[in-house]
Design a protein around this ligand. Structure first.
Ligand code: COA
Length: 260
C-alpha cells in the first residue's frame, strides 16, 4: 500500500521496519506511532525474528520529528496523550526482548532522534543530521528526549542540543556518544546488514539477558544492578545455548544457537 505508514520486510531472522511517509520526511503522526507500536509488539512476539532494524523510507530522512501539522491543533490534554503515546512506543522499543538497530539514513530530529535513542544500537550515514529542535516550535521534547539524551551523553550536550535546537552532524553525534558508528551513506545498508546478521547468529537468550541487565542497571543503584547481573548470569546456565557456546569453543568449532 502506497500510503501505509510502515514498510515491513523479513530477511531470515532480521525484520526491517521502515517508517514510510517520505513526502513528510517520515514525520510521526498518531497513526504512524500506533502502527510502530503494533509492529514492535509483533516483532517481539514472533519467535522467527531475532533482530529488528528500524529506518526511514526515502533518501532524506530517518524521521524528521513528531508531525508538526498534527500537533498544531492539539489541546493540552491531547498534547499530553500524544506525548504518552510516543513515550509508550519508545519504552516498548527500549524494552524489546531482542536487539533493535536504528539505521539513521538522514534527518533524525525531535521525535526522530527520540525514536533512534530508544533503539539499542545506532548507525548513522555520514550525511545524517540529528537534533532536538522542538525549542524552535515553542515546545520541548515529548517522547523522552530530555531524559534519554541526558543518560546517553550527559548534561552539557543535552542542554546544548535542547536549548539551542541546532541539528548536529553525524560525526559530532558520534563524538558525543549519541550514535555508535558513522559510515559513508552508500555503505549504510551493508554495514547495518552485517551488524544485524551478527546479532541474528548470537544466542538470543543471552542477548536478552544483556538488554535486561543494562536496562535494570541504568535505573538502579550499582549494588542492585550487580545483584541482578549475577542472577541473569546464573540463569544462562539453564540454557542449551550456553552449553552449545562453551562446548563449541572447546571443540574449536562455530556455535549454532537455537534460542533454547
Ligand atoms: N512534521 C510534519 N511535516 C514535516 C515535518 C514534521 N516534523 N518535517 C518535515 N515535514 C514536511 C514538510 O512540511 C514538507 O511537507 P510539504 O511538502 O507538504 O510542505 C515535507 O515534509 C518536506 O519538508 P521540507 O521542510 O520541505 O524539507 P527541507 O529539506 O526543506 O527541510 C528539514 C528539511 C528537516 C530541515 C525541515 O523539514 C524541518 O525543519 N522539519 C521539522 C523538524 C522539526 O522541527 N522536528 C521536530 C518536531 S517536534
Amino acid at each position: 500500500m502506497a500510503d501505509a505508514p510502515l514498510a515491513i520486510i523479513d530477511d531470515g531472522a532480521i525484520r526491517w521496519i521502515s517508517v514510510n511517509r517520505p513526502d513528510k520526511l517520515n514525520a510521526l503522526n498518531q497513526a504512524t506511532l500506533e502502527a510502530l507500536d503494533a509492529a514492535f509488539a509483533g516483532a517481539d512476539a514472533d519467535p522467527q525474528v531475532r533482530v529488528v532494524v528500524l529506518t526511514g523510507a526515502g533518501p532524506k530522512a530517518f524521521v524528521a520529528g513528531a508531525d508538526i501539522a498534527e500537533m498544531n491543533g492539539l489541546t493540552p490534554v491531547q498534547g499530553r496523550d500524544f506525548s504518552l503515546l510516543g513515550q509508550g512506543l519508545m519504552r516498548r522499543i527500549e524494552r524489546l526482548r531482542k536487539p533493535v538497530i536504528a539505521k539513521i539514513n538522514g534527518f533524525a530530529l525531535g521525535g526522530g532522534l527520540e525514536l533512534a535513542m530508544a533503539c539499542h544500537l545506532r548507525v548513522a550515514a555520514d550525511t545524517a543530521k540529528v537534533g532536538q529542535p522542538e525549542i524552535n516550535l515553542g515546545l520541548i521534547p515529548g517522547f523522552g528526549g530530555s531524559q534519554r539524551l541526558l543518560r546517553l551523553c550527559g548534561r552539557a550536550a543535552t542542554l546544548e542540543l535542547c536549548l539551542l535546537g541546532t541539528p548536529i552532524s553525524a560525526q559530532r553525534a558520534r563524538q558525543l556518544g549519541i550514535v555508535n558508528e558513522v559510515v559513508a551513506a552508500d555503505q549504510l545498508d551493508a554495514r547495518v546488514g552485517e551488524l544485524a546478521a551478527q546479532l541474528a547468529r548470537s544466542a538470543p537468550l543471552a542477548l536478552r539477558g544483556i538488554l535486561d541487565a543494562v536496562h535494570v542497571g541504568g535505573e538502579c543503584a550499582l549494588g542492585e544492578g550487580l545483584e541482578y547481573e549475577s542472577a541473569q548470569f546464573g540463569l544462562m546456565f539453564a540454557t542449551e545455548d550456553m552449553r552449545e557456546g562453551t562446548s563449541a569453543f572447546l571443540a574449536r568449532r562455530p556455535p549454532v544457537f537455537q534460542n533454547r
